[in-house]
Design a protein. Structure first.
Length: 80
């Protein structure tokens, strides 16, 4: 499901809380570049949290669409 984390600077610099420990470990162990899709006005490494390296700015409906898709490695205009 979806939940509201907060408004304004709640998500800046990881204020929305850390990732699940197992997920953070998998990112570190696999040397993965994790990413987020957000509707904000700032885009920089670590904005969501220290484990999130890439951020994509999008409109709120696209944020939800990518969340439902579960990945940014899909073309949501052509793939269901």
């Amino acid at each position: 499901g979806f939940n509201l984390v907060g408004y304004g600077c709640t998500t800046c610099i990881g204020n929305s809380g850390p990732l699940d420990t197992d997920l953070a470990k998998a990112i570190a162990d696999g040397d993965l570049v994790s990413c987020s899709v957000l509707s904000g006005n700032r885009n920089f490494e670590g904005r969501i949290g220290p484990d999130i390296k890439a951020n994509y700015l999008a409109s709120p409906p696209l944020v939800v669409a990518y969340a439902i898709a579960g990945t940014v490695r899909t073309n949501i205009t052509t793939e269901p």
